[in-house]
Design a protein around this ligand. Structure first.
Ligand code: FAD
Length: 285
């Protein structure tokens, strides 16, 4: 089923998982997926390396497993900056063989150690390319607190509009901890004439180092309520995890009450956290 059809019927709830790092086995991810069985997200998306870490084949296998064993619709992330048109065509033919019709089309982060292939410059180039090759459901990424390379919000939203006009069916946001930032962004997209559903990306805090890494990568702002939690529990990992779960639930409840189109939970491949959050909010959708 195409994800765009789901948005017509309900507020969507989805999970994101990632393939194992080079040093661990794919079985660790399969075990995590088994632990997620019984939960009923509308889809599970699988991240895909923008090049370098060699986990792209694994992403396809994980997406197939989600479809066949979890009986949940998979979405394959597909970053294009370091791939050729031929390589993207190969991925599309693999998706066709496996009956997967949902793609999160991305540019990917620029890695200074990997020269870009320059066959796709922006995600919108990939989206136009995919659209010419079949009737896929295409999601795109968006940034409530501005993409790290964009000059400002105006420039970023203008570029987002171009991307949506190229053929995006729905959007998923970068993680954020401040719902007010999301509401302001949503209003600006509406003014810009962006009318596709926007899912809010929620990442539960699991450790101080995880948050420091994420914030340096994407520039998410940290509300004072959030900073106080981090300061109080930074040396107590279990308490920090539980406070992170409570904070994510609080964010989700507020977003649902404010009419969000969907919630995309960055599970961090942690079934305990995914189960706790899903258990607390699943009746609210
Ligand atoms: P684009 O939409 O191409 O935007 C990139 C930058 O270019 C922005 O600053 C934008 O304003 C600007 N821009 C866009 N179009 C134009 C234009 N026509 N003219 C001038 N400027 C333009 N990365 C991975 O490698 N693998 C993943 O699996 C992955 N999953 C992700 C999932 C989500 C939900 C999100 C939010 C991000 C994910 N990323 C992933 C990270 C993503 O690849 C990076 O954030 C990347 O830097 C931008 O990708 P994009 O698709 O948003 O790019």
């Amino acid at each position: 089923m195409k994800i765009r059809e789901m948005f017509k019927e309900k507020t969507v709830f989805s999970f994101e998982v990632f393939p194992p790092k080079k040093t661990s086995s794919i079985d660790t991810v399969y075990q995590m997926l088994e632990e997620l069985e019984g939960l009923t997200p509308d889809f599970i998306s699988v991240t895909f390396s923008a090049g370098g870490s060699g986990n792209s084949g694994l992403a396809l296998d994980i997406a197939s497993k989600i479809r066949e064993d979890n009986k949940v619709e998979p979405v394959l992330h597909l970053p294009c900056i370091n791939y050729s048109k031929e390589e993207i065509l190969h991925v599309l033919s693999e998706l066709d063989k496996r009956g997967i019709e949902n793609i999160l089309a991305l540019r990917g982060d620029i890695n200074p150690d990997i020269p870009p292939k320059n066959e796709f410059r922006y995600a919108s180039d990939l989206i136009s390319f995919i659209k010419e090759r079949g009737d896929y459901d295409i999601a795109g990424a968006c940034y409530p607190e501005v993409h790290i390379e964009a000059k400002d919000m105006v420039e970023d939203i203008r570029n987002l509009k171009k991307k949506v006009d190229a053929g995006v069916d729905h959007l998923i946001t970068q993680l954020f901890f401040d719902n007010e930032a999301f509401y302001k962004f949503r209003e600006k997209t509406q003014i810009a004439g962006i009318e596709v559903p926007i899912e809010a990306g929620i990442m539960p805090v699991m450790s101080k180092s995880q948050i420091e890494r994420m914030v340096s990568m994407c520039g998410a702002s940290l509300p004072s309520k959030f900073v106080k939690i981090m300061q109080r529990y930074e040396h107590n990992p279990e308490a920090l995890r539980d406070a992170g779960i409570a904070y994510a639930i609080d964010q989700i409840v507020d977003l649902l009450a404010n009419g969000v189109d969907g919630i995309h939970l960055y599970t961090m491949n942690n079934p305990y956290v995914a189960k706790k959050i899903a258990g607390a909010v699943q009746n609210l959708f």
